[in-house]
Design a protein around this ligand. Structure first.
Ligand code: COI
Length: 336
C-alpha cells in the first residue's frame, strides 16, 4: 500500500517507516546475524555506554528510485568501511562490510514503499553502532547494537538555495588526535550551539577552523567544503580532523576524470576571499553552492554563474546516480 505522503512537501525529518534492522554482539565477539523488526523504540539500560560516555557512531546513506523503477544505493561499501574505521577508534566491534551492505539492502527492501518517486527525494538510511551494554567505569561497553532505520527525505537546505556560511572562530568541531575523522555521535551535538546562534543571525550553517592555528578551513557542520580558484579545485586534506566524506571523495574522482586539477591541502581562511567559487558536499546536502561567507564580520559574496565548475561536476555525479551515464567505477549497487 502506498504511504499517505505528500511527496511534494517532503523535507528533511523523521518519518517513521515500517521496519528497522537490529543486530547485537558482545565485546570480543563478532556481529553475525541480525533481524528486521517493526520500527519502534528501543529499550536501553540507563547505564548503557552510549548514554553515559557517547560510545556510538552513525552513518548516512541514500536509496534512490530511478525513473525506470530501479532502486539503487551509492557506494554502500564505503560507508561500511568508514564505520569499521570509526569502530576501531571507539573500541567497538563492527559488522564486516558484506554484512553491513546486506543489512542495508534488507532495510531498504523492507521499507520499499517509503522510497519517494523518482525526482521527489530519497530514502535516507541511518546505520547506528551503539555501546548498549551497561558500564560504569570508563571503558568500552560489554554489548553493542547495530541498528538501521530509514526515513524518506528531500532537501536539507531549501531547494535552489546557496549556503550563507559563518566562519566560527570561537568553537571548534574537532581537535588534533580527536574523533573529527570518524562519524562519532559525539562530534555533532557540540555544533548545536554555534549553529543555533548562526541561524538566529540568518546564516545557514557554520564553517569551522582548525583548533590549533585557528586559520585553516576544516568543514561545515553538515558537509565538506571545496573552493575553486582559476579552475583549480581545492579542499582541506583529510589528515585527522576532517570527515572523509563519500560525496567528497566521489566529487574529487569525477573532477580529476574531467581533467581538473584537484588539491587536497591546508587552506587558509583568507583564501576564501579570493575564491571564484565555493561549494559543499555531503550525503545529506549532496552538492550545494556557497553564496556568501562571513568571517570576522566581513562578508564575501560569490557569483553562481551558469558555467560554475561545481555544476559540471555535480551534473556528472547525478547522471551516474540516475543511470544516464555509465557507472564506470562500479559505484552503483542495485537493490532487488
Ligand atoms: C550526512 O550527510 O549523512 C550527515 O551526516 C549530515 C547530518 C549531520 C545532517
Amino acid at each position: 500500500m502506498e504511504p499517505e505522503i505528500d511527496w511534494d512537501s517532503l523535507g528533511f525529518g523523521v518519518t517513521p517507516t515500517d521496519y528497522m534492522y537490529v543486530m547485537k554482539c558482545s565485546i570480543g565477539d563478532e556481529f553475525d546475524k541480525g533481524q528486521l523488526l517493526p520500527y519502534g523504540n528501543i529499550e536501553l539500560s540507563p547505564a548503557a555506554g552510549v548514554l553515559n560516555y557517547g560510545q556510538g557512531l552513525f552513518e548516512g546513506m541514500k536509496a534512490m528510485r530511478r525513473e525506470d523503477g530501479k532502486i539503487v544505493l551509492f557506494r554502500p561499501h564505503e560507508n561500511a568501511l568508514r564505520m569499521k574505521i570509526g569502530a576501531e577508534r571507539m573500541c567497538m566491534p563492527s559488522p564486516c562490510v558484506d554484512l553491513f551492505v546486506d543489512a542495508v539492502n534488507k532495510t531498504v527492501l523492507a521499507n520499499k514503499r517509503w522510497i519517494p518517486p523518482a525526482g521527489k527525494g530519497t530514502l535516507y538510511i541511518r546505520p547506528l553502532l551503539l555501546g548498549t551494554g551497561p558500564i560504569l567505569g570508563l571503558s568500552p561497553a560489554p554489548e553493542y547494537t547495530f541498528i538501521i532505520y530509514a526515513s524518506p527525505v528531500a532537501n536539507y537546505f531549501k531547494e535552489g538555495s546557496a549556503l550563507r556560511l559563518y566562519v566560527e572562530d570561537e568553537f571548534h568541531r574537532a581537535s588534533r588526535g580527536g574523533t573529527g575523522s570518524i562519524k562519532s555521535i559525539t562530534n555533532y551535538a557540540p555544533a548545536f550551539k554555534p549553529v543555533t546562534t548562526a541561524k538566529s543571525r540568518g546564516f545557514s550553517d557554520v564553517l569551522y577552523l582548525d583548533s590549533v592555528h585557528k586559520k585553516y578551513v576544516e568543514e561545515v557542520s553538515t558537509c565538506n567544503i571545496f573552493l575553486v580558484k582559476d579552475n583549480i579545485i581545492s579542499t582541506p586534506s583529510t589528515t585527522g580532523s576532517i570527515l572523509p566524506g563519500i560525496t567528497r571523495k566521489s566529487i574529487i574522482e569525477i573532477a580529476l576524470d574531467q581533467g581538473y586539477q584537484v588539491e587536497e591541502r591546508l587552506i587558509e581562511v583568507e583564501e576564501l576571499v579570493n575564491a571564484d567559487e565555493v561549494f559543499c558536499t555531503g550525503t545529506v546536502v549532496v552538492v550545494i553552492p556557497v553564496g556568501s561567507i562571513t568571517y570576522q564580520d566581513k562578508r564575501v559574496e560569490y557569483q553562481i554563474d551558469e558555467n560554475a565548475v561545481y555544476k559540471r561536476i555535480f551534473s556528472t555525479y547525478m547522471a551516474i546516480k540516475n543511470g544516464q551515464l555509465e557507472d564506470k567505477n562500479g559505484w552503483i549497487v542495485e537493490i532487488n
